[in-house]
Ligand binder design. Structure first.
Ligand code: G6P
Length: 605
């Protein structure tokens, strides 16, 4: 989703802004732009498409300046054209703005301003910001900010430059993230900490309703009533190594291969002598013991992680676990009381719908546990308890290590809850804890066969529709596998519970229809095999993912994954699907790390 970077300091702004924009690329965007403070007027350069287009324009421009703002835009209001790209400037040239979020009442404000004689050049909601600032401005910038941002509904993270104040960047925030970084003789603003990498020594999150005034040698914060706010700055420990591909052709492949190490790192202090230690939720024991219901709420792949974790939570803890998509949950008045636990899952910790779901659950009195990768982040900061998934920075838009670490975190949560609720014996707890420890090695075995996937992938590049089927835990993995392939190869993929096929979708199966069948659940494999036979007899071509122990008489391509217990199989069985998606997309020549129309961090609803 949109990315913001701002710099003011002792050095040239342009290289810092371009590097920041490159770091923010992973969030997803379709146009980009910069504005430099050139004393007499702002120098604004924008372009459609990828950053290289912008950089080409910058190369032939006079870009000397020590302050500026930059933006990658993921279109919401208006097409991804150069005119709609940010920064946007007020008609009188006084204000220049970059914005992340959606001003929901923009059209009402725009109509008012048009009646007052203002004219607009873009189709964006953002353009009302510089225009309204110029309407309210009488020489006092903070007062103009207060009046302007008070009138907005929706979400915003905004960086503003004003012609009257050289080398100063103002910022405002509601719902969308914005971070202020402090360096040595230079200060910055960015949508995430990684974009501050080697410049900011410390950083602080801007909170909803706060303003920041960033100068080269000072940073000030104010609340909506313009009272001074004091903030604690944290040390910036972003590793530059996390911003590189480490010898892999794409971030996605690097991240797929990081999974065994990241899972080992996640479980290392938590599983000792066959026992689970989730100290971060120790304070929740009373609520866990008396809980009668559990909601797990998330979006995208995190939702699929919730689906995979649900089986372990219900099986181990004997508690109904309802999995919900955050954008649905937030508008459906779910019955929540003091006997309801709520878990939200988010890699980024910034997904707008998941944040809203967390706040809703909180407002109804539930204790919310967040399973989050990016710390600090809005969800990690606001929920009652946090289980960090420790996957490290994930750059590829299509999540891989983010997903598998979420699933493993849910397995550990399930065992922890089962131990508190005494629904598993010590021996059973020990057995399952040991099984979790086997997961990284199982993934390594699948990864060792990586080349095989490249061969298989060639057969699928010209397909328009692919079905993924499986039952129970296999269905959870099938859902994630279908999403992976769809996201990066643009092939329409549908995941179905294998038993549901005959209730409609089988009508689409004909000679040569590709069906990827997951058969790793030993308890149910005979049932899935019957469903596979049903599609084979209608001409489907099967690609089977099965466990070593599951035998069959099908004539089909297959990938065999190592032995693992059914309930934990969604982790190792998704690895072939990640690799399969990667190689299909690669053979199709797709932009694997930054698929079209998608964003890594979805900060609007
Ligand atoms: C976007 C990403 C997905 C991700 C989803 C939820 O759609 O492209 O990969 O699963 O958001 O993101 P979260 O950060 O909340 O896990």
């Amino acid at each position: 989703m949109c990315g913001i970077i701002g710099y003011t300091g002792k050095n040239q702004a342009m290289p810092v802004i371009v590097k920041g924009l490159e770091t923010l690329e992973y969030r997803g965007y379709d146009s980009a732009g910069i504005a430099l403070d050139k004393k007499e007027k702002f120098s604004v350069i924008k372009s459609e498409g990828k950053l290289e287009n912008l950089i080409r324009k910058i190369e032939s421009a006079d870009v000397s300046s020590t302050a500026g703002i930059g933006h990658t835009r993921w279109a919401t209001h208006g097409k991804p054209t150069e005119t709609n790209a940010h920064p946007h400037t007020s008609e009188n040239g006084m204000f220049c703005v970059v914005h992340n979020g959606i001003i929901e009442n923009a059209s009402v404000i725009k109509n008012e301003l048009v009646k007052k004689g203002y004219s607009f050049v873009s189709e964006t909601d953002t353009e009302v910001i510089p225009q309204l600032l110029s309407y309210h401005y009488d020489g006092n910038m903070l007062e103009a900010m207060r009046k302007t941002f008070m009138s907005f509904e929706g979400s915003f993270a905004v960086a503003v430059m004003c012609k009257d104040e050289s080398d100063v960047i103002y910022a405002a925030k509601k719902q969308s993230p914005l971070i202020v970084g402090r360096g040595n003789g230079e200060n910055l603003l960015a949508s995430d900490v990684s974009a501050l990498a080697d410049k900011a020594e410390t950083f602080a999150y801007l909170e909803d309703g706060e303003f920041a005034v960033v100068r080269k040698d000072s940073v000030e914060f104010y609340d909506m009533c313009l009272n001074h706010v004091t903030k604690n700055f944290e040390k910036n420990e972003t590793q530059h190594a996390e911003n590189t591909k480490g010898g892999f052709e794409h971030y996605m492949l690097k991240e797929i291969f990081e999974q065994p190490e990241k899972i080992r790192n996640l479980i290392k202090d938590k599983i000792k002598n066959g026992k689970i230690f989730l100290d971060e939720i120790a304070g929740l024991s009373l609520e866990i013991a008396k809980a009668e219901k559990l909601y797990i709420v998330a979006c995208g792949s995190a939702y699929h992680a919730a689906m995979a974790g649900k089986y372990a939570l219900e099986e181990f803890c004997r508690i109904p676990a309802e999995v919900d998509i955050a954008s649905e949950f937030r508008y459906r008045n779910p019955p929540i009381d003091e006997k309801t636990l709520v878990v939200v899952i988010s890699q980024s910790g910034e997904t707008a719908d998941t944040i809203a779901a967390m706040r809703l659950a909180n407002s109804k009195g539930a204790f919310v546990t967040g399973i989050v990768n990016v710390l600090p982040s809005t969800i990690a900061n606001e929920c009652d308890y946090v289980i960090a998934t420790k996957a490290g920075r994930e750059v590829a838009v299509a999540t891989t290590k983010g997903y598998t670490t979420q699933v493993v975190a849910l397995y550990m949560l399930a065992l922890h809850m089962a131990s508190v609720r005494k629904t598993l014996s010590d021996k059973e707890l020990e057995f399952y804890a040991e099984k979790i420890k086997e997961i990284p090695a199982q993934i390594e075995t699948v990864l060792a066969d990586c080349e095989k996937f490249e061969k298989f992938a060639g057969k699928y590049t010209d397909k328009n529709n692919i079905f993924f089927i499986g039952r129970n835990t296999d269905f959870a993995a099938a859902s994630e596998g279908a999403l992976k392939l769809k996201e990066i190869s643009y092939i329409n993929c549908t995941a179905l519970p294998a038993g549901e096929l005959k209730h409609g979708t089988i009508a689409l199966v004909e000679n040569g229809t590709p069906v990827i069948a997951l058969c790793c659940n030993e308890r149910l494999y005979k049932k899935t095999m019957s469903n596979i036979e049903e599609v084979v007899s209608r001409g489907a071509e099967i690609f089977l993912i099965r466990k070593e122990t599951i035998s069959h008489k099908l004539n089909c391509s297959e990938i065999v994954i190592p032995e693992c217990i059914d309930i934990f199989s969604p982790v190792s069985e998704v690895i072939p699907l990640q690799l399969f998606a990667y190689f299909v997309a690669k053979k199709k020549g797709c932009n694997i790390d930054m698929p079209k129309n998608l964003a890594k961090s979805v900060t609007v609803e």
